[in-house]
Design a protein around this ligand. Sequence first.
Ligand code: HEC
Ligand code: HEC
Ligand code: HEC
Ligand code: HEC
Ligand code: HEC
Ligand code: HEC
Ligand code: HEC
Ligand code: HEC
Ligand code: HEC
Length: 257
Amino acid sequence: MNVLRIITLFLALAAASAGGPGPASAKDEIDCLLCHGEMIEGLQVHTAVSMGCPSCHVGIDAADVPHRITNSVKRGLLADQPELCFSCHDSKMFTNKFKHPALDMGCSSCHNPHGSKNARLLTTTVPELCFGCHDRGMFTRKVMHGPVSAGLCLQCHTPHSSRTDSLLLAEPVRICCLCHAQILSKPHLISGTAGKGHPLGAGKDHGEKRKIKDPARKGKRFTCASCHDPHSGDSPQMIRFPMQSSMDICGNCHSAR
Ligand code: HEC
Ligand code: HEC
Ligand code: HEC
Ligand code: HEC
Ligand code: HEC
Ligand code: HEC
Ligand code: HEC
Ligand code: HEC
Ligand code: HEC
């Protein structure tokens, strides 16, 4: 949060309502809600709106309708998104290495800047919010993964930006093992030499090389998600490859020599 900007705005607001020597724009402010009240009525209101409409709409002269826009930004805003939002919100959360392309479509593609009936000012709740842009079919095949059918996309993903690819909250194998810890402690898929089972892309947690390439998917790392679709699939274990028995899948990554 840009605490300084917020404190300054609150001080101006307090001065204006006390009739004190606040900035003229706040003191003589037209009551925007006389005409725009329905915009926030009965909703959870963005704290920025409680600080006054001009905390974002700096360039509106509302003496007449239609209003005069006195600056060069659409709707008389302080700046375009996301800079408008970054004037109060720390940009760190949005600028990690892997950014959600949805950010380029504007924060208001997911948040209502004024108020909403949903928590976090969301335009709709998760997962419906996500299905607005992502094909629902990918998540609703015959067998749905527990957290996906419960709509818990945010158990694994951040909506903004991440240090890990695919907007994951942590390294993929680590995420899976938060709920499936037992997989690392017993042989998986094959018994293997020394009873260690098949490599799992878990790095040193599982006595493996740090990062292994996925032989079946170019440009991807080898992880649990190389064999399991993390969202949904056609087999009980959501295996990405057609199979009658698990031995059927080996050839997708290992050529018979
Ligand atoms: C007398 C009623 C009235 C008051 C008071 C009023 N507005 Fe409006 N406002 C309107 C109407 C009606 C429109 C739609 C007019 C249009 O679309 O041209 C509008 C449109 C707007 C828009 C959209 C402009 C655009 O470019 O699309 C913004 C932003 C806005 N008002 C902000 C404010 C702010 C901020 C205040 C207080 C400083 C305010 N209004 C006070 C009636 C009012
Ligand atoms: C946090 C910043 C912020 C505050 C505070 C804010 N607005 Fe807005 N407002 C926006 C943004 C951003 C848009 C453009 C939304 C878009 O284009 O998707 C907008 C658009 C509008 C519009 C155009 C219609 C619409 O809903 O898109 C009106 C009218 C409006 N604001 C009025 C107001 C009034 C009245 C207040 C005070 C009660 C206010 N705004 C406070 C950011 C803000
Ligand atoms: C004038 C300062 C200001 C601006 C500009 C601003 N915000 Fe905020 N916003 C706040 C404050 C203050 C809070 C409440 C403190 C908090 O939750 O951290 C808040 C809270 C939020 C929340 C959390 C709401 C909740 O219920 O937890 C969201 C989401 C949000 N803002 C989105 C936005 C977006 C999107 C923009 C740009 C369109 C924006 N903000 C611009 C000041 C601002
Ligand atoms: C793809 C949709 C989407 C976009 C685009 C988006 N957000 Fe969010 N945002 C969310 C969701 C979902 C949450 C709720 C996260 C949670 O509950 O853990 C959230 C939470 C927040 C919060 C509350 C803080 C927190 O971590 O709980 C703020 C502030 C916020 N967003 C601001 C922004 C700003 C600013 C932008 C634009 C730079 C933006 N968001 C773009 C979906 C989005
Ligand atoms: C406004 C549109 C929009 C919304 C809403 C949206 N996304 Fe996205 N998302 C995109 C676009 C565009 C891409 C890039 C193209 C693609 O992969 O489909 C993307 C990509 C992604 C990626 C892949 C990123 C990568 O590095 O490969 C993930 C994960 C993702 N979104 C998760 C979510 C989640 C979770 C939600 C709901 C909280 C959500 N999205 C809501 C537009 C959106
Ligand atoms: C159990 C953890 C988990 C949950 C829950 C989850 N995802 Fe994912 N998601 C992943 C992983 C892991 C990947 C990366 C898969 C890979 O390596 O290709 C991914 C990739 C994606 C992608 C990128 C496209 C692709 O297939 O690579 C999108 C978009 C996406 N998820 C959206 C969502 C949405 C929307 C939800 C909620 C309906 C959701 N995810 C729930 C773990 C999860
Ligand atoms: C938030 C907790 C959570 C996370 C994180 C999670 N899972 Fe799951 N997973 C579940 C639940 C709950 C079930 C359903 C268990 C049941 O029906 O017995 C399940 C079921 C499965 C199944 C089917 C199990 C069976 O017995 O048929 C597989 C395979 C699976 N998960 C793989 C993964 C992979 C791969 C990841 C990482 C991308 C992952 N899970 C991350 C909670 C989680
Ligand atoms: C090389 C492919 C492959 C990899 C990598 C892989 N799995 Fe599996 N997994 C399978 C197959 C095939 C099955 C079903 C047949 C079986 O049990 O042998 C399975 C079964 C499962 C099951 C259900 C049965 C059980 O043992 O509980 C879970 C849960 C599971 N995997 C989770 C994971 C997790 C978590 C990871 C990453 C740490 C992972 N898998 C990595 C191929 C793989
Ligand atoms: C999604 C791709 C994929 C599938 C499917 C797959 N493997 Fe692997 N397998 C790998 C990768 C990647 C490695 C590690 C290579 C490395 O270390 O560079 C590996 C390693 C191995 C090893 C060497 C183990 C070790 O400790 O070094 C054996 C044996 C093996 N796989 C057998 C199988 C068998 C049997 C199946 C079918 C039941 C199978 N694999 C299915 C990708 C796969």
